[in-house]
Write a protein that binds this ligand. Structure first.
Ligand code: ZN
Length: 268
């Protein structure tokens, strides 16, 4: 509706063959908030009962399973949100054993979606599956405003030197609008605190106490809704590779991300 002229122009330049830039949630309204009520999500200490008002949250699982086979398509330049350009998308990283970041991101997003929906949140994913191409980072970056979202969380894992470990939360900096200046930081802090509360540790190699201020992430630069990007782990670190490769580990990340999002929604 108020979908912003610039947004339309940007969307138009993402002619990815890959399908819809913003896919609506697969689950939708079939599960009512009431299903969550009684027992509260097991891993969300600050969540008691459904969130009021059925807010929308965009989850943006980074990269995509078809990207590696479409290098030219994902390599083409798109606006970066600060007057420059960067590639439409990238392939992401993987563990040494070959478990891919795009698969991790999508699985954690789906798990997070389930926890959030049980708490009465409506979830929109930026891609409907893990076999497509893109969408481009500029399109991902405007997904929050298109969905009229209360929060946007991009889910990634890093591929750094094997000695480094831990998670970090990236925020657009310097801020380009009021949401980036204020609420995004509150969202990032809530995500950080929830991940710490779930037993994950601040990155040993990047950011300051688990928070990283970044000017170069188009997915954050374009956001006019509170947005944060979480690098959950370093997939090249052997110990963390084991965690991200296990369903239990991914559920722990999802529970923590959902707890952080719910904490933010309750006290933005
Ligand atoms: Zn990534």
């Amino acid at each position: 509706m108020l979908a912003v002229a610039g947004c339309l122009a940007l969307a138009a330049c993402s002619g990815d063959a890959a399908g819809p830039p913003t896919a609506t949630s697969s689950a939708g309204a079939s599960r009512g908030p009431s299903s969550a009520g009684s027992s509260a999500a097991p891993s969300a200490p600050s969540s008691a009962g459904p969130v009021a008002g059925a807010p929308v949250v965009v989850l943006d699982p980074g990269h995509n399973g078809g990207n590696a086979a479409h290098r030219a398509e994902i390599g083409r330049p798109v606006p970066d949100g600060r007057g420059g350009t960067k590639p439409c998308n990238t392939t992401g990283t993987a563990t040494d054993a070959g478990y891919s970041e795009h698969a991790f991101n999508f699985d954690v997003a789906q798990r997070t979606e389930r926890v959030l929906e049980a708490a009465g949140v409506r979830v929109v994913l930026t891609r409907p599956n893990d076999v497509g191409v893109g969408p481009c980072v500029d399109v991902r970056g405007t997904a929050g405003q298109r969905a009229d979202a209360a929060a946007v969380v991009a889910i990634h894992a890093d591929g750094a030197a094997p000695s480094g470990s831990g998670f970090h939360v990236a925020l657009a900096s310097p801020p380009l609008n009021p949401a980036q200046a204020g609420q995004a930081r509150a969202l990032g802090t809530a995500l950080h605190d929830a991940l710490r509360g779930a037993g994950f540790h601040d990155s040993t190699y990047l950011g300051e106490r688990g928070i990283s201020s970044r000017p170069d992430l188009a997915g954050l630069n374009f956001a006019t809704r509170p947005a944060a990007l979480v690098e959950c782990a370093n997939m090249r670190n052997p110990a963390e590779a084991a965690v991200v490769s296990s369903a239990d580990g991914r559920q722990r990340y999802a529970a923590a991300l959902a707890a952080g999002i719910l904490a933010y929604l309750r006290h933005p």
